[in-house]
Design a binder for this molecule. Structure first.
Ligand code: PMP
Ligand code: GLN
Length: 380
């Protein structure tokens, strides 16, 4: 995360997108779709701008959005929330930052499953907390509960869960969730669950941690509109927790952005209320894209891990004679006209098992995925 000067450096996603822009390569690095989301959602945002929703909104979020989040939780998961249980944020990123800054003190330990989304490590560092990674390994990238238990200590303050998982595409099963809750109870730790890919699950069912009663008191749930409605640039996210925690986290959010996204919040409310058909269509469409890219990468000689969820597939370049995927990622535009993210950027250097693996995004047009597969086949 740190540059040569010891300060936070540009993220791997920003670096790889800049590389794609500079070289004109196909950008399968950063996870953002290249096709727009539902028309009704986009039109609702224009409408909100035209109808004067352009000033600071309510501290907890637009009333329509808060109500739509409550309805969505009941409709998809049978979870009952009240208005005091919800806080709208500037994406899941601010939700994570506000939550971690609200609870982590210098020296506190925060458990993450590795490889991990880079923001967890960065915000833990900003809070002065100590990151304690628990490895997820091929082929299934499921947590080893004994290792999780052994990674905890009296200083464990927080466990960050991310299922569906970026970057591996794994989905933690119910038994694993129960174990994680038990470990958190033993250490009296807060569980933060990042479920931004909740609607992009292809071969399994998404089980929100909030559906386990045992977790309720210690749980902060986070989601976001970016992936579900293909509006990653809108940065509308939300937190669901107890009213007491919402007040504590909201107190931090005041000083990060105060409020955000006034006209976009009612538009996301429209999205959350779309008929089931929308949610079924995105699953079918992204599953097809995953299959196109997975097949293409296998044909090109990579070992590809099955992704059950999310935006990404992991492709190990070892069969192509590659040891260092970071070096390959830098040269990939020149070698194949494609950009991918080296998995090492989302893990500690000690994870040698991840060194030869790249993460490729499949949230792209079918044409781009076919073209990327053709180009990568030239690497052999
Ligand atoms: N968590 C994970 C696991 C992600 O992949 C991302 C990237 N979109 C985020 C959080 C950030 O979400 P947002 O864009 O809503 O801030
Ligand atoms: N979540 C996206 C990814 O993993 C990108 C987010 C970002 O650029 N910070 O690629």
């Amino acid at each position: 995360l740190l540059g040569a000067d010891g300060r936070l450096a540009p993220t791997i996603f920003a670096e790889m997108t800049a590389l794609a822009t500079r070289t004109g390569a196909l950008n399968l690095g950063q996870g953002f779709p290249d096709e727009d989301g539902p028309r009704a959602v986009l039109d609702a945002a224009k409408d909100a701008i035209d109808h004067g929703r352009n000033q600071y909104g309510p501290a907890r979020g637009a009333q329509e959005l808060v109500d739509a989040i409550i309805e969505h939780q009941r409709r998809f998961y049978g979870i009952g929330l009240g208005r005091g249980d919800v806080l709208a944020t500037a994406g899941a990123t601010e939700a994570l930052a506000a939550t971690m800054l609200a609870y982590l003190n210098p020296g506190d330990e925060v458990i993450v499953f590795e490889p991990y989304y880079d923001a967890y490590a960065a915000v833990a560092a900003l809070a002065g907390a100590v990151l304690v990674p628990v490895p997820l390994a091929a082929p299934d990238f499921q947590p080893d509960i004994d290792r999780l238990q052994r990674a905890t200590s009296p200083r464990t303050r927080m466990i960050v869960v991310n299922s569906p998982h970026n970057p591996t595409g794994s989905v933690f099963d119910e038994e694993t969730m129960r174990h994680i809750i038990r470990v958190a109870e033993r250490r009296d730790a807060i569980i933060v669950t990042d479920e931004v890919y909740e609607h992009l699950v292809y071969d399994e069912q998404h089980v929100p941690l909030a559906s386990f009663d045992a977790a309720r008191e210690r749980l902060v749930s986070i989601s976001s509109a970016g992936k579900t409605f293909s509006v990653t640039g809108w940065k509308i996210g939300w937190i669901m927790s107890t009213p007491e925690r919402i007040a504590q986290i909201g107190a931090v959010k005041q000083y990060l952005t105060f409020v955000n996204g006034a006209p976009l919040q009612p538009a996301v409310a429209v999205g959350l209320r779309l008929p089931d058909e929308h949610f079924d269509t995105i699953v079918a469409s992204f599953a097809r894209k995953r299959d196109i890219l997975t097949r293409g990468l296998r044909k090109a000689g990579f070992t590809v891990h099955d992704a059950n969820a999310g935006y990404f597939v992991l492709a190990d370049a070892a069969p192509l004679g590659v040891e260092d995927a970071t070096a390959l990622a830098r040269r990939l535009p020149e070698l194949a006209g494609v950009v991918g993210v080296p998995l090492s950027a989302l893990a500690r250097p000690s994870r040698r098992d991840l060194r030869s693996t790249l993460r490729f995004a499949f949230c792209k047009s079918d044409d781009m995925l076919h073209e990327a597969a053709t180009r990568l086949a030239g690497l052999k």
